[in-house]
Design a protein around this ligand. Structure first.
Ligand code: NAD
Length: 501
């Protein structure tokens, strides 16, 4: 018997407070990576004409928003946070449907957006500058934060609500208007965030959202003179394109890019704790975190025992649909990413790394309809192998044996990335030396490489970042300009640094 045809939901761009269809009239499918037969929605396939319209709307709203007192801007963020709290479970389910990570993690993703929204709402009554003494009499000196203008934000798919919130919330509280282009694989989570801000009372034009792919809907922001700053999170490859495109117009440009993170396990570590950390760090989010621990270097005294237990744990991970509470690891985000993982498995084998477990796509039963890959462990890896140097972004962990503490640190630092590193040890001297000498933006002791908290700076060195930081108060330094103010009430000419005063 025929059933009623239900068309998939379609989603438009959000420009000047209205949901507007893209000029092209075309859409991009958002499909469930655990079951690609399930169409989550069809989202606007935008191009330069839509982007220009969004930038114009953001520019028109910029003056009024910048003049809105920061505590008033913050009230909207507080209301938005409450909406996010109320809808956390629904948003998490939708996020699992569109990108596959398990419910506990998508709930965590929404929670991170809630935390960031509250944190930045609190900044509305602070946004501290510095008030200092002047070197001259009867003169006041201070610095204040002022908005930069229109912020262009480009985000990846692996933290579909958290990462947009890391950028949108500080941008808004600092008084900027925004054009946001989320990843094409996870637009639904951005749709929810946008709707929450709109329902919270954000004025028209202050936040504009353009759906679509990178070259069509992201790139037109980069050289448009109506955009004053760009904040990009994504791959190092695209980050380089973004950086170069921003240079001719001197846009303030913030890049958060790839990683090749490491857990260093010393002979004196609590081994079971280190194994728990390496499993969570390596296979959480199917290894698709910028902070994923894709390398685990283990000192030789405990290497065999660690490897045996770690392989056993990796083998026993339950892989499946993230909506099933029993699932511990979901699918890769899409077919292309699955193919990348499979190609790195071949690269590792050809380089002589020992494939200890995994290494194949999972295709039995319902798994055949998704982009699933076995949790995979390579042992006895040489740190110079490509699988130990390049970001794989999938459920593949390389175990690397080493001799001394210094060797462990050399391996840790011997990559082109610098996001997160961790050491498991009970030796307090080595713990502090590692914190000093690891060349990453984030260092953990006796905890895995993942687990950042929103009130501290987040970002990396080398090919991971370009010196700015996301999160915490550090974010304010990017989303606001410093303006320095002097008031001389002496009624005479006073000259700084000149000896005649
Ligand atoms: P990606 O670089 O493919 O895409 C990121 C964003 O850039 C997407 O919105 C995409 O549409 C857009 N884009 C692509 N080409 C563009 C172009 N030419 N011009 C403008 N925009 C363009 O990255 P991804 O696959 O979405 O995410 C995975 C990558 O992100 C990994 O490398 C991961 O390490 C990194 N990442 C880094 C952090 C961090 O904070 N350092 C956090 C999460 C993810």
């Amino acid at each position: 018997m025929a059933t009623a045809f239900v068309p998939p939901p379609t989603y438009s761009n959000f420009i000047n407070g209205e949901w507007l269809a893209p000029r092209s009239g075309k859409g991009i499918e958002d499909r469930n990576p655990a079951n690609h037969d399930e169409l989550v929605g069809i989202f606007a396939a935008s191009d330069e004409a839509d982007v220009t319209q969004a930038i114009d709307a953001a520019r028109s709203a910029a003056r009024q928003w910048s003049l809105t007192p920061a505590p008033k801007r913050a009230e909207i963020l507080y209301r938005c946070a409450e909406i996010l709290v109320r809808n956390k479970d629904d948003y998490a389910r939708d996020m699992t449907r569109e990108m596959g990570k398990v419910l506990a993690e998508t709930r965590g993703d929404v929670q991170e957006a809630i935390d960031m929204t509250y944190l930045m709402a609190g900044e509305g009554r602070r946004l501290f500058g510095q008030t200092t003494p002047s070197e001259l009499v009867n003169k006041v000196a201070m610095s204040v934060r002022v908005p930069v203008g229109v912020a262009g934000l480009i985000t990846p798919w692996n933290f579909p609500m958290a990462i947009p919130s890391w950028k949108v919330m500080p941008a808004l509280v600092c008084g900027n208007t925004v054009v946001l282009k989320p990843a094409e694989d996870t637009p639904l989570s951005t749709y929810h965030l946008t709707q929450a801000l709109s329902d919270a009372g954000l004025p028209a034009g202050v936040l504009n959202v353009i759906f679509g792919d990178g070259p069509q809907a992201g790139a037109p922001m980069l050289n448009n003179p109506g955009i004053d700053l760009i904040s990009f999170t994504g791959s190092t490859e695209v980050g380089r394109i973004v950086s170069q495109a921003c240079a001719p117009t001197f846009k303030k440009c913030h890049l958060e890019m790839g990683g090749k993170n490491i857990i260093v396990v010393m002979d004196d570590a609590n081994l079971d704790l280190a194994i728990d950390g390496a499993i969570w760090g390596g296979f959480g989010t199917t290894g698709q975190r910028c902070t994923a621990a894709s390398r685990v270097a283990v000192q030789k005294g405990v290497y065999r025992e660690f490897a045996e237990k770690f392989i056993h744990r990796a083998k026993s991970l339950r892989v499946g649909d993230g909506l099933d509470p029993a699932t511990q690891m979901g699918p890769c985000i899409n077919e292309q990413q699955l193919k990348t993982v499979m190609s790195y498995v071949e690269i590792g084998k050809n380089e002589g790394a020992k494939l200890a477990t995994g290494g194949h796509r999972l295709e039995s039963g319902a798994l055949a309809r998704g982009w699933f890959h076995e949790p995979t462990v390579f042992t006895d890896c040489d740190p110079k192998m490509r699988v130990c140097q390049e970001e794989i972004f999938g459920p593949v962990v390389c175990l690397i044996p080493f001799d001394t503490f210094d060797d462990g640190l050399e391996i840790a630092n011997g990559v082109n990335y610098g996001l997160s590193a961790s050491i498991y040890t009970r030796n307090v001297n080595n713990a502090f030396r590692a914190q000093r000498d690891l060349e990453t933006g984030i260092v953990y002791v006796n905890a895995p490489t993942i687990g950042a908290e929103v009130h501290l700076p987040f970002g990396g060195t080398k090919n991971t970042g370009n010196g700015h930081r996301e999160s915490g108060l550090a974010a304010l330094d990017f989303y606001a300009e410093w303006k320095t103010l002097y008031v001389d009430y002496s009624d005479r000419l006073q000259r700084a640094q000149i000896d005649d005063n």
